[in-house]
Design a protein around this ligand. Structure first.
Ligand code: UT7
Length: 329
């Protein structure tokens, strides 16, 4: 029997309307447009301001146009995997809410919490359901409303993060395209350097945790940077070489958008020309699980069938990894 591959057959994306510029942040914390641009590459980010709207709403706004454009009835969807660390609730899972809101009544779903690496973890998981032959249409969505957990008095974090996300549809193919290889890692000893300390079972929310601002993201930027810069570069290089690819064979690097300097280090390690490196950090900042599908959404028109894409990421956990995708359309 021919091997079944999981192909990405459609992409979608969404960012909220409200834009938060570096100039806006200059009014909130002691920072400058010049510092943010040169240290991170970020110029602006989008923030979900609408009353009563949450992560699931952004997921729906990414998924529905994708399904409509491709004439897919939500009833055909078998599974929705939602990568997020800012689910609508601690439980139930946001994937369940998304399924309800889009009318995917035949789908089951669950969330994957791997911070910035969430989309790659979910993509690899989703691919396995397709490759096993048990599922025909799987939606993998990576989306975060980071503004819900960011402290806009903390210049170490508020300058980096934004809201938004994107999705892909996975379908089976017998062709030599799709999710070809994945190398994913985690190292929980890094948990203290990038963490939302309170709100979970270790430190349930109390007046004290709120007063101490422990329900917001804490990041020791320098440490995270150090781990990110080596691990994201190494894993991307490993996935490239273990699949017999040279820098000439790689058509596109799809790197997590946390810091332009981390992206540059990864591209350099792989020996890639800047023209092959996808970047949209300047307009969205770091949308956590949203960055990689937002890149696929923004640059979809550039991809050709058979193109070799290396998707790579580093994030909280620590978690990191790279996936080799052969573009299917
Ligand atoms: O996506 C999940 C994974 N996250 C990441 O990959 C993020 C990794 N980390 C980073 O991207 C960077 O560490 C940051 C962008 C967060 C910070 O950049 P940095 O170059 O590591 O800055 P730093 O923390 O070493 O600070 C350098 C200087 C310090 O001043 P002194 O001590 O040299 O006088 C900081 O106080 O810059 C100062 N600083 C700022 N100045 C203006 C720190 N943050 C700011 C700020 N505006 N927002």
């Amino acid at each position: 029997m021919d091997k079944i591959n999981a192909a990405i057959t459609a992409v979608g994306g969404y960012v909220p309307e409200t834009v938060l510029t570096n100039a806006d942040l200059e009014k909130l914390v002691d920072t400058s447009d010049e510092w943010i641009r040169t240290r991170t590459g970020i110029v602006e980010r989008h923030i979900l301001k609408e009353e009563g709207k949450a992560t699931s709403d952004m997921a729906v706004r990414a998924i529905m146009p994708m399904l409509e454009k491709n004439n897919i009835d939500p009833l055909e969807i078998d599974l929705i995997i939602c990568a997020t660390i800012t689910g609508d609730h601690v439980f139930p899972a946001t994937a369940n809410i998304v399924a309800d809101k889009i009318g995917a009544k035949n789908a089951w779903g669950y969330d994957v919490a791997a911070a910035c690496s969430g989309f790659l973890y979910a993509l690899q998981t989703g691919a396995k359901f397709i490759e096993s032959g048990t599922h025909k249409k799987v939606i993998v969505v990576g989306v975060d409303k980071m503004s819900a957990i960011i402290d806009y008095t903390d210049r170490n974090t508020c300058i980096i993060f934004g809201d938004g996300g994107g999705c892909v549809l996975l379908e089976p193919t017998k062709e030599d395209v799709g999710i070809i290889d994945a190398k994913l890692h985690s190292d929980g000893s890094g948990r203290e350097f990038l963490v939302q300390p309170a709100g979970g079972s270790l430190m349930p929310p109390t007046h004290e945790t709120i007063d101490a601002r422990q329900h917001y993201v804490y990041q020791e930027g320098k440490t995270v940077f150090k781990f990110a810069v080596t691990n994201m570069a190494d894993v991307s290089y490993d996935v490239m070489t273990r699949n017999g690819l040279t820098s000439d064979d790689v058509d596109w690097l799809v790197p997590h958008q946390a810091n332009l300097r981390i992206i540059d280090a990864t591209a350099n390690r792989m020996g890639l020309d800047a023209s092959k490196v996808l970047i949209n950090i300047q307009k969205y900042g770091n949308t956590t699980a949203g960055t990689l599908p937002l890149l696929l959404w923004d640059f979809e028109s550039k991809f050709k069938k058979g193109d070799n894409l290396i998707l790579s990421v580093f994030g909280g956990g620590f978690t990191w990894g790279a996936i080799y995708v052969k573009w299917a359309y």
